[in-house]
Ligand binder design. Structure first.
Ligand SMILES: *Cc1c(COP(=O)(O)O)cnc(C)c1O
Length: 494
């Protein structure tokens, strides 16, 4: 059978180049109604393309070939709209479609960043109010919406911290980072020019004030704390830790990407945090995971407000203005004002949820994670057996006796129609399996997932080969991930 004949739901989609046929066309433009210009007169010879060579190598296909090809390919994709996606640390929650409709409103979607202030009052108002909501949720005094991802928010926050100490005439050079921090934290610190000082969490998975006080000195600019941390635990000593850091004139940076567990319940600013970044694409409802636009706003306490990126939005009477006159600002960190579409979705989400809804989302996210943790802890090894926040971390410790690893479990879950959880992260747990169900999943969905995980643990004992060979229900089986990274094939060759 030729490869492009489809039977039912076919996974044998050929490359679009293979379906091409010479002379087939997608679109035929109307005949010119103006005389053809001689391109060689207006375009420099070196830049001129000749004849049909310009299209050489492109597949010649009809419009419906293209539509069907890409629609079928899109069905290979797994997303939150397809099924359960418990990817720890990533908060793959369902994104209500109403937020997409809001972002698609013409007045927002067709805005040009060079439009004058008089014509963009609505957008400026939305940004101004969103900054206010995020300041309220985090307990901060000022917010920038400019950074386009969590990691870029971290970098912006660290550059502000550096500028703060420089302005005092006493630059500091070190950042303390616990072993339970997100991997982007040390990377952002190094990028901002700091030296990273690691600190170990104690036996119960959190950092102690004593450990911090022991290494905090006059050259340490900040402690960078991921809270809740990457084991899904709340850094419960944060108030004492903040005291120890503030005593030496240091700053508390909180990686707030895991805000989904705490929003509406408590404010980081009230616990002593001075700088925090949000991940709007995680907590505040923007689909992510495919490298699409994100947004990593940063909130700061009063002392750091002068250093926020330029421009700031100010309200004077009923008018909103962009203010560039802030000499201490670290400048721009992104073209124009940030990823505006993501801001619209976050604004729409927050307005639709309201204060009570935001709190309830966090409470439900934590409840769902604890439900999974309690239901599976007799089946999988649970290294930190205590109440968790929005995610729980298991390991493969009880499975290795059958020759089964975390990777095998993750791949077998694909056979059962699930996106695997985050694996081998956090690094502090050997063979970790990090499950974040989020608040948008029903108990029924969680129950079926729990049953599936138990089934897989049983298979590990009785039929481990099923796991070693997984996934087997997919077009492509177990891939060589190292080779895919080291020797990627990025070009199609006929
Ligand atoms: C996702 C995440 C980040 C990085 O955010 P990006 O938007 O991917 O840059 C940083 N810290 C934590 C705790 C995260 O979960």
């Amino acid at each position: 059978m030729p490869s492009n004949v489809h039977r039912g739901f076919s996974l044998n989609e050929p490359l679009i180049f293979e379906t091409a046929s010479e002379g087939r066309k997608g679109v035929e433009p109307a005949a010119f109604d103006v005389p053809a210009a001689d391109a060689s007169k207006s375009i420099p010879a070196g830049l001129l393309r000749s004849g049909n060579d310009a299209l050489g190598g492109f597949p010649e296909v009809s419009e419906i070939d293209v539509v069907r090809h890409y629609t079928r390919l899109s069905q290979w994709n797994f997303g939150v709209d397809t099924g359960f996606y418990p990817l720890g640390s990533c908060t793959m929650k369902y994104n209500p479609k109403i937020n997409e409709s809001a972002a698609a409103l013409e007045g927002f979607a067709h805005l040009h960043p060079y439009q004058p202030e008089e014509l963009t009052q609505g957008a400026l108002q939305l940004m101004y109010e969103l900054e206010g909501y995020l300041a309220e949720i985090s307990g901060m005094d000022g917010v920038t919406l400019q950074p386009s991802a969590g990691a870029q928010g971290e970098l912006a926050g660290l550059l502000m911290i550096a500028a703060y100490f420089k302005a005092k005439g006493r630059p500091r050079h070190k950042i303390i980072i616990p072993d339970t921090a997100h991997g982007t934290n040390p990377a952002s610190s190094a990028l901002a020019g700091f030296k990273v000082v690691p600190v170990k969490s104690e036996g119960r998975g959190v950092v102690t004030a004593e450990a911090i006080a022991a290494i905090m000195d006059d050259d340490t600019a900040a402690l960078m704390l991921t809270n809740p941390n990457t084991i899904g635990l709340f850094e419960r000593n944060i108030k004492e830790i903040a005291k120890a850091v503030h005593k030496k004139g240091g700053i508390i940076y909180c990686d707030g990407a895991n805000m989904n567990a705490i929003m509406g319940i408590m404010k980081l600013g009230e616990l002593g945090v001075d700088v925090v970044q949000f991940n709007l694409h995680k907590t505040f409802s923007t689909p992510h995971g495919g490298g699409g636009p994100g947004s990593g706003p940063v909130g700061v306490k009063k002392a750091l407000v002068p250093f926020l990126p330029r421009a700031r939005i100010k309200k004077a009477g009923k008018r909103y203005r962009l203010v560039y006159d802030n000499p201490k600002s670290i400048g721009r960190v992104k073209a124009f004002y940030g990823n505006f579409g993501v801001m619209v979705k976050a604004y729409s989400y927050i307005r639709r949820m309201g204060a009570e809804g935001i709190r309830k989302a966090a409470v439900t996210a934590v409840l769902n994670a604890n439900y999974i943790k309690e239901s599976l802890k007799g089946t999988f090894h649970l290294p930190y057996d205590q109440p968790c926040m929005h995610e729980c971390v298991f390991s493969d410790k009880t499975l290795t006796q059958y020759g089964v690893s975390t990777m095998d479990v993750a791949k077998r879950l694909i056979d059962y129609g699930y996106h695997p959880p985050t694996v081998y992260f956090p690094l502090v747990v050997h063979g970790s399996i990090m499950i974040e169900p989020t608040e948008t999943e029903t108990k029924a969905t969680l129950d079926v997932f729990i049953e599936t995980m138990k089934q897989i643990a049983e298979e590990a004992k009785t039929t481990p080969d099923l796991l070693h060979n997984a996934p087997s229900n997919t077009k492509v089986g177990r891939v060589d991930e190292t080779r895919a990274a080291r020797e990627p094939v990025l070009r199609w060759r006929p």
